[in-house]
Design a protein around this ligand. Structure first.
Ligand SMILES: Nc1ncnc2c1ncn2[C@@H]1O[C@H](COP(=O)(O)OP(=O)(O)OP(=O)(O)O)[C@@H](O)[C@H]1O
Ligand SMILES: [Mg+2]
Length: 320
């Protein structure tokens, strides 16, 4: 890892309009997230379902439109940039999607799916070059090149996710955002697909944002981890630091949700205490305050800022 920042996200905010009981409401899916990814690094993002992990990823690759904030690739701003200057950045920052079933168009061949980013951006100089690139990429993800002519319904979940990975690495990007790339898969194939991703990361020298519920997976693959709750980052630190010594009450409760003696084997679960979070009823102060055993009046009134606490860690908590 050279240490140069390759992706810098500052104060990202993303909201959606959702209907609830017939009325339109704003959902603040991401509420001021800042993250930076160093060249060659794998940064993990963990947090409960609905906390905004996918929305962060989609905003980075241009599939969700942020309300405000900045996403810079090698120092160049992507949000609001002209289409022409985005082309190279879009090819360099790619996403492996959470659901390999929903993310492939059932009417397009696997070859077309794998070549899509190249096709959109005029990457291939000839049909022959395109076919060769598809074949090489399928081989790289452990699929026979003959898969190019097949359709998604003919593939198993594990094979589909290999295609999902192939789509993200042709042409070879600098950054892959892996959105729970194995959580929709059968347990028996999860390890194979994860190993494939780790091998490709090394071979292709990728930097990665790795979104997961599974601390064992995060522990294996990422050097730092950011813990999200209701659209905000609660704590961010080197992975070992978080696993051995979680500090934020939310991180502690997440790790306690499924107790296992070996912290690296813990699986994140939904925490059981307090009110479940509702996007339609965001707390005024710390978003975790309604469920937090340490919450005081200050926590219910003031939003805690992320601040460094010394060991390479930042925490957003008034009580630490
Ligand atoms: N296109 C959309 N329209 C309306 N609301 C959305 C949309 N996408 C996401 N949301 C809402 O934004 C919030 C964050 O969703 P997001 O998918 O980013 O969460 P997540 O952390 O990836 O969850 P999971 O672990 O279940 O994948 C949720 O409340 C979700 O319902
Ligand atoms: Mg998600």
């Amino acid at each position: 890892m050279s240490g140069d920042v390759i992706l810098d996200i500052r104060d990202l905010k993303v909201s959606f309009t959702a209907r609830r009981a017939g009325r339109k409401r704003r959902v603040q899916a991401v509420d001021g997230v800042s993250l930076s990814l160093a060249e060659g690094e794998v940064l993990g993002i963990v947090g409960e379902s609905g906390c905004g992990k996918t929305t962060v990823g989609r905003s980075i690759v241009g599939l969700a439109r942020p309300d405000s904030g900045s996403v810079a690739f090698r120092g160049a701003e992507m949000i609001g940039a002209a289409r022409s200057s985005l082309r190279e950045m879009r090819l360099n920052v790619r996403m492996v999607f959470q659901d390999p079933y929903a993310s492939l168009n059932p009417r397009r061949t696997i070859g077309d799916a794998v070549a899509e980013a190249g096709d959109i951006n005029g990457f291939f100089k000839s049909r022959a070059e395109r076919s060769a690139a598809i074949a090489a990429t399928l081989t790289a993800v452990g699929l026979d090149p003959s898969f190019a002519a097949r359709f998604p319904y003919e593939l198993s979940g594990g094979q589909r996710q290999r295609v999902g990975i192939a789509r993200a690495i042709l042409p070879t990007p600098s950054i892959v955002i892996a959105d729970e790339p194995v959580s929709a898969l059968d347990v028996s194939v999860q390890a194979q697909v994860l190993n494939l991703m780790m091998d490709l990361r090394e071979e292709l020298r990728l930097s990665m944002l790795f979104i997961s519920h599974d601390l064992a997976v995060i522990g294996q693959i990422s050097s730092r981890v950011a813990v999200m709750y209701m659209g905000r980052i609660m704590e961010q630190a080197p992975t070992r630091t978080i696993l051995d010594h979680p500090l934020h009450p939310y991180t502690i409760s997440l790790m306690a949700a499924v107790p296992k003696p070996d912290p690296s084997k813990r699986i994140l679960g939904a925490i059981e205490t307090g009110e479940p979070p509702s996007q339609f009823n965001r707390p005024a102060g710390c978003v975790f305050a309604p469920r937090c055993p340490l919450a005081s009046n200050r926590c219910r009134g003031d939003v805690p800022e992320l601040r460094p606490v010394g060991d390479g860690r930042v925490v957003a908590c008034h009580n630490i």
